[in-house]
Design a binder for this molecule. Structure first.
Ligand SMILES: Cc1cc2nc3c(=O)[nH]c(=O)nc-3n(C[C@H](O)[C@H](O)[C@H](O)COP(=O)(O)O)c2cc1C
Length: 255
């Protein structure tokens, strides 16, 4: 969700690789005002909490979106996207330096009392440095990780597969990277970490929980199997029953 509607990037925006997906969507969305007017009333009727993911070109744009979202019934939390690799300006620009990531987090924190999740990028030298700076600036939770920058080339047409020279890689290919980063971050901060990156099955989700994640996000898997999140929940329930785990806290961060 951004301050005004964004059209997103040139096509093609999706390329399926051997073990994942490259995308360069560029955060196409209808803008915060229309979303609040036309979508939030429906969200308010749902039993599950809705978390909105916000982005902007400038700190002021993030602040304004957060301010508008804050009082809306039907929105349970804000996830601040400082990790989209598909923009010329904004988002990842804030997420690649501990100083700018912290400044943006503090700024958004001042305009909302909603739970604040900050979504971090793997496209950095030291994710722990950024995670600790963001945690110290008022974030309630971290999401680790967004997509890894990558590309693909069509050798017959001698062109990039995407409409631009690079996109973000997601899906099974990035799971080991995400798992490692979650493990490092979860042991470095004292706020909850949401694990994300290549989670397709219940075993993947449990790996992230054992690495220290409090919750998980599932993205790419929902494209190939829209029921994947339900199977993941069912699989975790079966696992805890079978292995006599009374609470996921017993296995969270055991590694
Ligand atoms: C098509 C597509 C669109 C995405 N859009 C967003 C977005 O708007 N905001 C965001 O923070 N992450 C976005 N992501 C990143 C995912 O939320 C997730 O962090 C990443 O894909 C890794 O998880 P996965 O392997 O389960 O997909 C997008 C990913 C894909 C594939």
């Amino acid at each position: 969700m951004t301050l005004v509607p964004w059209e997103g990037n040139e096509q093609p925006r999706i390329w399926e690789t051997d073990a994942g997906v490259l995308n360069s969507i560029g955060l196409e969305n209808i803008g915060v005002a229309v979303a609040i007017r036309e979508k939030a009333p429906l969200w308010a009727t749902w039993k599950v909490p809705v978390i909105v993911n916000i982005a902007g070109h400038t700190v002021d744009e993030y602040i304004e979106v957060a301010r508008m979202v804050d009082p809306v019934e039907g929105i349970a939390a804000i996830e601040v996207n400082i990790s989209c690799p598909n923009l010329e300006r904004g988002s990842l620009e804030f997420g690649t330096s501990a100083v700018t990531a912290a400044r943006l987090t503090s700024a958004v924190r001042t305009v909302t009392t909603l739970p604040l999740i900050v979504k971090l990028s793997p496209n950095v030298t030291d994710i722990v440095e950024i995670a600790t700076a963001v945690a110290a600036s008022g974030a309630d939770a971290l999401c680790v990780i967004n997509t890894l920058r990558g590309t693909a080339i069509d050798v017959e047409r001698r062109r990039f597969r995407l409409g631009r020279p690079a996109g973000g890689l997601s899906g099974p290919a990035i799971k080991p990277v995400a798992l490692h980063m979650v493990h490092r971050v979860a042991h470095a901060v004292d706020i909850p970490v949401i694990g994300c990156g290549g989670i397709c099955r219940w075993r993947d989700a449990l790996e992230f929980i054992m690495a220290g994640a409090t919750a998980v996000q599932v993205g790419t898997a929902t494209f190939t199997d829209p029921d994947s999140m339900i199977s993941i929940i069912d699989g975790i329930e079966a696992y805890v029953r079978q292995c006599d785990v009374a609470d996921l806290g017993e296995i969270r961060g055991i590694l």
